[in-house]
Write a protein that binds this ligand. Sequence first.
Ligand code: NAP
Ligand code: ZN
Length: 350
Amino acid sequence: MTTNVTTVPAYAAPAANAPLERTTVPRRPVGEHDVLIDIKFSGICHSDIHQARDGWGEGIFPMVPGHEIAGIVAEVGPGVTKFQVGDRVGVGCFVDSCRTCEYCLQGLEQYCTGGMTGTYNALDKNGEPTYGGYATHIVVDENYTLRIPEGIALDEAAPLLCAGITLYSPLAHWQAGPGKKVAIVGLGGLGHMGVKIAHALGAEVTVLSQSLKKQEDGLKLGADHFYATSDPATFTELAGTFDLVISTVSAPLDFGAYLSLVKTDGALVNVGAPEEPVALNLFSLIGGRKTLAGSMIGGIAETQEMLDFCAQHGLGAEIEVIDADRINEAYERVLASDVRYRFVIDASTI
Ligand code: NAP
Ligand code: ZN
């Protein structure tokens, strides 16, 4: 590669709901503070599927999804101070933000008042569409690039850039730890990282899954208990049990039923991003001073903290590495909750 990168191989959805296919996309030249990353692995997040199918509203097409990127620095701009060629790096869900609002200044760039710039399906400051990680290379500002510690393999690290931080941030914010009972709803990409991280933080962890099919896995990942939500007895047995329930479910849920599992003063935190609204009887909240909250990924500093925490605790994602020509098949399997627990694209096959 030279400094004037123009186009790179990628997989894109040409239009909403169309299968992804091999193509090329432009990458900007490496600027003063940019790093050029040779992408090695790219995770498939359920958000990629929502967006490639216009589930959250009208997307920008062609769309190259992918915001769980792990690779190696191939080139650095003249003003780069944080990274060198050869460094192991990652990129998550956003590649820029305003850098001046109160949230950016607090390291909460994901809540930037001007709106952070998504890694894909967004327009950058020059009005150019951003293209994500299902590609061989990406150019990113060093301030939005993470360092992947030596202790984590790049393929197992990629999903940490979204799934890992999306669970780490609320677990830290609501203080999951020793003496706390935490339930994770949905054992998919996000959920399985939630189990690992909550266990490593010292909490007592329960998985609430649609069936008991993943029970053995859940216990191996670090859960202390595992229940099927298809069994109504689960809700009577666990009523008022948890300090913190985190839902990672991609479809609308009966939040009233899950709030009944929360202790007085406890919280139900939703990180799933269903395409449809949900209804809630507010008596589920007032009868126990309960909190219903949401949380979105994490800031750059917290994402680095999460990566360092995962390396310290030997945590990576449970992955199935696939060739790029299996992306469409992987999407169908994610939609059928048939993923153990994250598909990761081998970028050398793009
Ligand atoms: P995923 O791998 O598909 O996992 C979701 C899990 O939810 C499934 O494995 C399944 O677990 C459970 N589930 C699916 N459909 C269900 C239904 N109808 N009823 C009950 N449970 C159901 O997806 P993911 O990549 O972890 O993402 C999950 C959601 O979080 C998506 O909506 C995604 O867009 C969103 N997300 C949000 C953020 C954020 O910052 N807040 C970040 C990333 C992703 P069981 O088989 O165990 O039941
Ligand atoms: Zn994601």
